[in-house]
Design a protein around this ligand. Structure first.
Ligand code: PSV
Ligand code: MN
Length: 424
């Protein structure tokens, strides 16, 4: 299914009068509104291929209807999202869940939907059919060189596939670690992992980056070999200039100060990218901004401040991705909600009065600092984000139009009720 331009126009027409009123009110408040809107128009968030189907729980998976059955259908789904919000112009693939059969055809299809290929994700956390060695006790950290070699070769193969698609980054997330004290020699596991990553790093093409993603726990419950930002940064520093840390919001221990982590990684020039999601307890993979919207705003506040301090282009300087996987909502509606939440937080961060904040910080005026931040956070910026979307040709209210056009019902009619997308 593809949405026609006239359908978007008709939907926008209906909302026009109310939107104009709300936008004019917001615009009158902010002198820099045009600058904010042009930044929003450029800002694109990659959609992970594995979020288009219903996610599983540890106990079961309840597939919804019309889930994509192939890479082509996943790209079509992201094309739909991008038509609606004009902010989802990239796809992040997971290998081997998304191995293309015909690279040129896939590139053409992505081009048709105005999508580019964001970071490629390798997978050494599952055993694949016919694989010589098991990853039960780790992959890049494994005590057996043959297992490590297999995992290294897989990552190099993922780079090759990414090159064929026009991607320029590899994300390595390792499930490696241990479940019980004494199971692992921490130093040997670190050294093995480093040596393995060095071989992968050596295979990176000139303009490529590698993102080392960390996670505190799960599936291992005693130690994780890339368990936090300190460990990831150690690897990234030892590997070299093409290696960066990737922050997945759900991968921290409870109450971690993620915005401080982000600030310092940016300062060190080692923040590579993001996996946006939200969580209440652990790696819950919930919709971005659905639990802790203030935290999301504070993270964007540090991102904007840190990127501006270094002259980093907001849209292209870092890898912006969602990493979520839901089991109760329509995945496409959910992704529209995540993108919207990210855009709202980004907008609020752009509105922070930085000059006033710097003075208040210098004067130790703590109450004023809080006032400045919370003023931006409590500003209703929905009409600003909507205006940016309208100017790019998107829908005023993406979820509402998705429902009006009965997109899910159409996908079910095309693909059937009992389809299952690859993923966890
Ligand atoms: C692991 O929990 C993770 O965040 C990594 O990014 C994986 O590649 C992704 O989820 C999908 O399983
Ligand atoms: Mn992730």
């Amino acid at each position: 299914m593809e949405i026609e331009k006239y359908q978007i126009d008709a939907h926008n027409q209906q909302l026009e009068a109310e939107h104009r009123r709300r936008f004019e009110f917001a615009a009158a408040e902010h002198a820099q509104i045009e600058e904010v809107i042009s930044k929003l128009i450029k800002f694109q968030i990659a959609i992970p291929s594995w979020a288009l189907g219903t996610g599983g729980t540890r106990f079961g998976r309840f597939s919804g209807g019309g889930e994509p059955r192939s890479l082509e259908e996943k790209i079509q789904d992201i094309g739909l999202l991008h038509q609606l919000n004009q902010s989802s112009g990239a796809v992040s693939l997971h290998i081997p869940w998304d191995i293309p059969q015909d690279y040129d055809a896939i590139k053409k299809l992505a081009g048709h939907h105005h999508l580019r290929f964001d970071a490629m994700n390798s997978n050494t956390f599952q055993d694949q059919a016919g694989q010589a060695h098991s990853y039960k006790f780790g992959s890049l950290q494994h005590v057996d060189k043959a297992v490590r070699k297999q995992a290294i070769e897989h990552n190099i193969e993922v780079i090759r596939q990414g090159v064929a698609l026009g991607s320029d980054a590899l994300t390595v997330w390792l499930a490696d670690g241990s479940c019980f004290p004494g199971q692992l020699n921490f130093r040997k596991a670190f050294q093995n992992t480093l040596e393995s990553l060095e071989e992968i790093y050596a295979a990176l093409p000139e303009q490529w980056k590698v993102f080392v993603e960390y996670k505190a726990f799960e599936p291992n419950f005693y130690s994780t070999t890339v368990g936090d930002w300190g460990q990831s940064l150690l690897y990234a520093n030892k590997l070299g200039p093409k290696a960066y840390t990737l922050v997945d919001l759900g991968h921290h221990l409870p109450n971690a100060n993620i915005e401080q982590i982000v600030s310092l990684l940016l300062m060190e020039g080692k923040l590579g990218g993001f996996h946006f999601n939200d969580s209440k307890y652990g790696d819950d993979d919930l919709t971005a901004g659905s639990m802790k919207p203030y935290q999301l705003f504070l993270i964007f506040n540090e991102l904007v401040e840190g990127m501006d301090a270094k002259g980093i282009d907001h849209a292209s300087g870092l890898g912006w991705m969602i990493d979520a996987s839901h089991n109760v909502k329509d995945p496409l509606e959910d992704l529209l909600q995540s993108v919207e939440a990210i855009m709202l937080s980004y907008t609020q961060a752009l509105l922070v009065d930085r000059a006033a904040l710097a003075i208040a910080q210098q004067e130790n005026d703590v109450a004023r600092c809080q006032e400045i931040l919370q003023h931006a956070f409590r500003t209703d910026v929905r009409a600003i984000v909507q205006e940016a979307r309208l100017r790019s040709g998107g829908a005023g209210k993406p979820v509402a139009l998705y429902r009006e056009l009965k997109v899910r019902e159409n996908l079910i009619a095309d693909r059937g009720m009992k389809t299952v997308a690859t993923g966890l």
